[in-house]
Design a protein around this ligand. Structure first.
Ligand code: ATP
Length: 525
């Protein structure tokens, strides 16, 4: 697919998410907050189904994993010991005129003509009003130089407005324009074209103060990952669960990172959720378990409907891996905006537990009953993002095909082909006509029959075709229609049967109402 169709596809997905209540911008009525999102009625269902399935597979269906739910605020000492306070940073560069930031490793090479406006602009009376530094902007290939001059004038007018009277600001003229050709340079901001500052580290943790005073003594951070609470609770959980190595502790929860450049819809957010497992083991088991968990996690994505052909495993090269990790895989997905990480599977050795043992002075060792040895366990960590996976699920499910309208004419249909397991609503129930009391009463009986088992939606408004279409667009896999045959009016043998429609094939089958719970559960689980 071409770059432009991919960006069109992404636009359609974002617009559908808002129109149908999956995802909204946070604080939208106040202009939003960059990097923060709200999940609407359907988004929250999708997210819960994903988290519940992860929990089922990673905790409930295993003997060797238990769960926990840690606090977001933790003692600052945790972040000192884990290394986050000192080193959890990205190299960042700043546009020298808008101060917009960008991650140093995310600047792509650009070519064009560099314009440098030095010195000053001159108002009417001949006084000079100087740029603090030369204003350097890249005029990219294909752009007209006047657009760069306009930016420079606007920028300079802002500076001059602080020093001059309003009518003088209007008469400013740019002076000292110099140009030079630029080929494939990463020194310009991808959006503004402004010259970038030298890279410098930018700590990604949000600071916060706990208690009445706002000083160093009460400083801590919003957690940037859920993993650390698992490490600091390791001993408590080991004691209460009486697990033997290898065993894991799983957690789903919020994490916060002050990302330099939130983008690609919810993909890179400042507030997000993680699903993390810390799987503790003996040192000699680490590398094998890294392979095991990579495979398990790939299976997981396939089981929620993400096709294997769009998943990729990147072996993180030595120089990019955390120094304590002996092996890391990134599981990536082909989003419409490119191939990007969904999950990291890392063999973190005994680094985290050793750090916390050293810093807290409390033993985090494991005692092996058989060998009578004491040692610090190693750990393999599959760490997935809830929001990124939700976005991948929506991107994967989005499709347009052709379906007949009321009069049998083919029209374009938007359909979210979610796996039934994660679809927000599992089944919609429709009476054929809303003004026929026996049809309505029967449909409501079916809703009551199904509700204890699964999430169903009752809809009686509009033509039946339009009702199907509304459900297709939000990915409801099954539709049950109560018609006159259900009432036994045409053929007594069909009394108490309904049509069950499949979202993807649009085929309808006639089934007995009493069989519906079993049929649906078999197809959803
Ligand atoms: P990236 O390189 O994309 O910044 P990362 O390697 O820093 O990600 P990890 O620290 O390994 O990410 O976090 C584990 C998982 O948490 C990621 O694979 C991702 O799914 C999720 N995650 C991390 N940062 C964000 C974010 N800013 N927004 C949404 N999800 C995130």
């Amino acid at each position: 697919m071409s770059a432009s169709t991919d960006s069109q596809r992404m636009e359609k997905i974002v617009s559908l998410c808002k129109r149908r209540g999956f995802i909204f911008q946070s604080s939208e009525i106040y202009g939003g907050l960059n990097g923060a999102w709200d999940y609407g009625p359907l988004g929250v269902e999708l997210k819960r189904n994903l988290k519940n399935y992860w929990w089922r597979v990673m905790v409930h269906e295993r003997d060797d994993v238990v769960g926990m739910d840690g606090s977001i605020l933790m003692n600052r000492a945790v972040w000192k010991a884990s290394g986050h306070e000192g080193t959890f940073s990205d190299l960042m560069r700043e546009c020298t005129y808008t101060h917009k930031r960008v991650r140093a490793d995310q600047v792509l090479p650009q070519s064009g003509t560099e314009f440098s406006f030095s010195g000053a602009a001159s108002p009417r009376d001949g006084t000079k009003c100087e740029f603090p530094i030369p204003l350097v902007i890249l005029c990219r290939k294909g752009e007209h130089p006047d657009s760069v001059r306009r930016i420079a004038r606007e920028c300079f007018a802002t500076i001059a407005a602080r020093k001059l009277a309003p009518d003088e600001v209007k008469t400013l003229k740019l002076l000292g324009e110099q140009t030079r050709p630029i080929e494939n340079s990463t020194d310009y901001h991808p959006e503004t074209g402004g010259l970038l500052s030298e890279p410098r580290p930018f700590n990604l943790m949000f600071k916060t103060y706990v208690g009445a005073t706002e000083d160093e003594s009460s400083l801590t951070y919003l957690r940037p990952e859920t993993a650390q609470s698992i490490f600091v609770e390791f001993k408590n959980i080991l004691e209460v669960s009486r697990k033997k190595l290898p065993f894991g502790i799983a957690q789903i929860g919020k994490a916060f990172r002050n990302e330099i450049n939130p983008r690609n819809f919810t993909f890179r957010s400042r507030e997000f959720e993680q699903m993390e497992l810390e799987y503790f083991c003996r040192p000699e088991q680490g590398m094998k378990l890294l392979e095991y968990w990579k495979e398990e996690r790939l299976k997981f994505y396939e089981n929620i409907g993400i096709s294997r052909s769009k998943l990729h495993v990147l072996t993180v090269p030595d120089e990019e891996r955390a120094f304590y990790s002996k092996g890391t895989y990134d599981i990536e997905y082909d989003f419409p905006f490119g191939r990007q990480e969904l999950e990291g599977v890392a063999y973190r050795t005994d680094y985290d537990l050793s750090q916390h043992q050293k810093a807290s002075g409390k033993s985090l060792e494991y005692f092996d009953e058989e060998t009578k040895q004491k040692f610090i366990p190693h750990v393999v960590e599959p760490s997935a993002g809830v929001d990124r996976t939700v976005l991948a699920l929506i991107c994967e499910a989005y499709a347009e095909d052709e379906a007949p309208d009321e009069k049998g004419k083919m029209e374009t249909r938007i359909v979210l082909r979610f796996h039934p397991r994660i679809a927000p609503i599992k089944c919609a129930v429709f009476p054929l006509l809303k003004n026929k009391e026996p049809l309505v009463a029967k449909a409501k009986e079916i809703v009551d029959l199904l509700r204890p088992h699964t999430y169903v939606f009752y809809d009686e408004s509009g033509a039946i075709g339009r009702r199907y279409r509304r459900q297709d667009e939000i990915g409801t896999p099954f539709g049950v229609t109560v018609d006159f045959e259900t009432l036994g009016e045409k053929d007594p043998a069909l009394r108490d049967t309904v049509t069950l429609r499949d979202r993807d094939s649009m085929k309808q089958e006639r089934v007995a109402i009493q069989d519906l719970p079993v049929i649906l559960l078999e197809r959803i689980v």
